[in-house]
Design a protein around this ligand. Structure first.
Ligand code: ZN
Length: 439
């Protein structure tokens, strides 16, 4: 299990505690629940506990999901893990829909909103909204976790591979396929350069092997300019033939491969702009930020035989990863989904872009806000029962509740008690990375 965060009565972060100890603290009345997600206790007196060992927050940014892991700096224990799912695609889709509606209206001359063009300047470091939201989600969570536990340093996977680590003088022959750090970096480089595709048949999504364009037996080198990717059948078919013999029937593909092999990977492809922007935002927080490469992450993870998930990748980011990560088998990640807080649109529109329904009402009512997680104990009427879910408020006090099994309408505010205020994210508990061994 993940540890439980603890803050003192003045909201200062203390060392996270084992869930068993958290239970004792609650039972003895020494602490109360401060936050449900992530689960945090507040002690009823200031200070009290030692701050404990400093933690390192490790981040593996992804375009869809970002892995987060809190690891003890000295003991190497995984204390907490999370997987943050971004809104990315949804934002792109909403902007596209808005653009189409405006364009449609404009075409019909029904509403005056002149098209803008050539009048927009993008500020330096501008990112598209979908990418900016990813960066902001991660920064938000780094700041939130900093308020709940003593984080001393950050680790971030910045690049896919590290050229310097790749060009270790020791790399010889097929070492890169035998699990050295340089080998992992080289494989990531080749995967990136050749777009995760078999160079000979164009297959994707199959196991790919590193392949010598000019075979080793004919004196071909192991420099990255002589390496490409091949699926297993193609690799077998080629054997030790020279590429000019193997691809004699397909001169076009042959020319393409030879040209591509010579071209080095461009810098732009090495660090993508979102990761770079994230790195800059994180360094501005004032914590030391260690950067790692994807090759090293994979190397650290496979060396310890840890299965791949977003958060286990995060736990393996960077050179500071301990030789032995402890407790990872018992950690269940908190699945965090970015949902946004509310909609800025003031009026719903129909398929053709005309106003539909009433203008937007107030977003708060009687102390509740749309998106709050509530527990409703209804004692009479046709909705009798207990519900836990997200609330959508209505000004007459009869709320809509989204629970696991569907939607319940008309739950009166007097039955509702807030469990967790809407904070722009949805929560669930993930599964263990590996099932515990059978006894
Ligand atoms: Zn192939």
């Amino acid at each position: 299990m993940s540890h439980v965060f603890v803050v003192d009565a003045k909201k200062r972060p203390l060392a996270p505690v084992h869930p068993g100890r958290a239970r004792l603290l609650l039972k003895a009345g020494r602490a109360v629940v401060f936050k449900r997600f992530p689960f945090t206790l507040m002690l009823n007196r200031p200070g009290g506990q030692a701050v404990g060992e400093p933690l390192r927050l490790k981040i593996d940014p992804g375009s869809h999901t970002t892995g987060l892991a809190l690891v003890g700096e000295t003991g190497g224990e995984v204390v907490w893990a999370g997987e943050l799912t971004h809104q990315g695609e949804a934002i792109v889709e909403r902007l596209r829909a808005r653009r189409a509606e405006r364009r449609g209206r404009r075409q019909r001359h029904t509403r005056y909103r002149q098209a803008r063009f050539a009048n927009r300047r993008r500020p330096r470091g501008w990112l598209p909204p979908s990418q900016r939201s990813r960066v902001q989600n991660v920064v938000t969570w780094v700041q939130r976790l900093r308020r709940l536990c003593p984080i001393a340093a950050l680790s971030l996977e910045l690049v896919r591979f590290d050229m310097q680590a790749m060009q270790t003088p020791g790399i010889e022959g097929i070492q890169y396929q035998q699990g050295t750090l340089a080998g992992y970096e080289a494989k990531e480089y080749v995967l990136q350069k050749w777009g995760h595709t078999c160079a000979y048949c164009g297959a994707t999504g199959v196991p790919l092997e590193i392949e010598h364009i000019s075979p080793r037996s004919c004196g071909g080198s192991s420099r990255e300019s002589n390496l490409t990717l091949s699926c297993v059948p193609c690799n077998k078919a080629k054997g030790t033939q020279d590429i000019r013999v193997f691809l004699a029937h397909d001169p076009e593909r042959l020319a393409h491969i030879l040209a591509q092999a010579k071209a080095p990977l461009r810098d732009a492809a090495v660090v993508n702009s979102t990761r770079w922007a994230l790195y800059e935002r994180l360094t501005a927080l004032g914590l030391p930020v260690e950067v790692g490469s994807g090759g090293r992450t994979k190397y650290n993870r496979s060396k310890q035989d840890i299965p791949k998930t977003h958060w286990t990748d995060a736990a393996c980011v960077g050179a500071s990863t301990p030789e032995e990560l402890r407790n990872w088998q018992r950690v269940r990640p908190l699945l965090i989904t970015a949902t946004g807080r509310q909609c800025r649109q003031m009026c719903n529109v129909d398929r053709r872009g005309f106003p539909r329904g009433k203008p937007k009402g107030p977003s708060r009512s009687q102390g509740f806000r749309t998106g709050d997680m509530v527990r409703a104990v209804v004692t009479k009427g046709r909705h009798m029962g207990t519900y836990i879910g997200r609330v959508a408020i209505k000004s007459d006090g009869y709320f809509k509740l989204t629970i696991r099994s569907g939607v319940v309408e008309g739950i009166h505010v007097r039955y509702c008690r807030a469990l967790h205020r809407g904070d722009g994210y949805g929560y669930a508990l993930g599964r263990l990375a590996a099932l515990p061994p059978q006894i």
